[in-house]
Design a protein around this ligand. Sequence first.
Ligand SMILES: [Zn+2]
Ligand SMILES: [Zn+2]
Length: 569
Amino acid sequence: MDKEAIIQSLRELAQYLELDGENPFKIRSYLKSAEILEHIQEPIETLIESGTLRNLEGIGEAIEKKILAWYHDEPVPALEKVKSKYPSSLLELFSVQSLGAKRIRSLFDNLQITNLDDLYKACLEGKVSTVTGFNKKIENKIIESIDLLKQWKGQFLLSHGYDVAKKMIEKLKNIIDRDNIYIAGSLRRYEETIRNINLLLLTEDKETIKQNLHALFPEINKENIKSFVSLKCFDIPVLINFTSNDDFGTQFVWNTGSKHFVDLLIQHCEQKNLCLSQQGLLNPNGIPINCNTEENFFELIGLPYLSPELRNIYDDMDFVYKNADNLVKMEDIQGIVHCHTLYSDGRNSISELAEYCIHRGFRYIVICDHSQSAGYANGLSIEDIKKQHEEIEKLNSIYKPFQILKGIECDIKSDGSLDYPNEILDAFDVVIGSIHTKLDMDKTTATQRLLKSIKNPHLDILGHISGRLLLSRKDYPLEMDTLLKACSEHNVSIEINANPQRLDIDWKNIYKSKKYNIKYTISVDAHNIEGIEDAIYGVYIARKGILKSTDILNCKNVEDFKNWFKKKI
Ligand SMILES: [Zn+2]
Ligand SMILES: [Zn+2]
């Protein structure tokens, strides 16, 4: 088994044991080990061969033994035992909101429910609400949640898509030069979620490459290698298309999409007496027109070049074209905002995060751990804040001119108030306010809760406004226009949360907000060093929303960034 499969097995074991009512500490230790493995830098082979697996904090003898067994493709008795008691399809139920292990077990025992379809049917028949511990409200929530799961089926997070694409490219490098492998499709357009990975291979010898592909991926049926190849990599469908130099520009545009954008191009070409199709670009006499770059393609059809992430549906395409050249870029980002540390639920220390930012050329970092009510994430007590601020001051004298700013991700409580008294909030350079609890709100409740926090002069940035977790939790309903207007009036910056699970605020709302002149902050919501690199996703979301660097607070230098917040009180 490889590392991913071992991590998966650890999580699976934890779920089975939870169903079985096993000791919660034991369950947590498996989940913790999975998390540790997920974040180690060294290849698992090295750790196993050098016998240092158990040196990792949290991996004891029993877990090490299991990992070794999985690594050598041997069965793990503890897993086999619980697996024999419950059908594997029962684990699907963990993805349903409002269902934990106890409820799943109860559905299994009382209604013999073993999979999502059974559960959906039983809910529709009103059987679930008759089981002790359930009621009509929960039953309806389950139906709603399964409907969403159906809607999300076959979709993947953008970051997962990039991880898998990188692995595919590593493999493909065995048969084709890296420079001739191009990522196209929704990944290249930085869509929040993707359905497949679209790769374009540039070659003058398609037949040889196709044969080599078959050798590389024996699962591809040789007979089926036609104009493109499709296969699966880590569950994601991968489409591989081929192009030669003459036609590269057209094919890159065609394979990048979006479908809507390409349809617009087809119409545009028709007006110019050109024909655009999957076969390429043809002149009025049906003769192929060569174009070897995308820029060349756009020039030929008489349109300005448009970056892939902007090939969306916009109601005002002229506005998009007019601003397309001046949008925010990764190089414009001067400070990294919203980093969790070991003080709350982060995995790295302040100094580790700061040193990484220095190494990456950023000028400042804003540390934002969770606030005191966030018991679920080890939120900071007033005592912890004092300690953290002392540490930051000490580190600042070492790292200058780089600066570590004192921030907090302060819970917005259910009544809309912030989670510390004013004199404590005064001690921070930056206060991000976010909702983490009591998420089940109607539109008025959610809007009023956020509105109250926006009106609080201590709030600097509104964090992950909609509360959505892509492909796992729906956003709560909001009167978005009211909130955008209020943020503008009260000088509250809106966070573009770049964590690939969130990408919140939705870029379509950013685009709609242009009349309010809102200042945004691209924040990483990082829980470890790697999370800092998520900033790139935030930049692309901002670009989709047609934002320039002047619209983004952390494109400012540290003094101007800090002063912007001071000005508001
Ligand atoms: Zn948060
Ligand atoms: Zn956070």
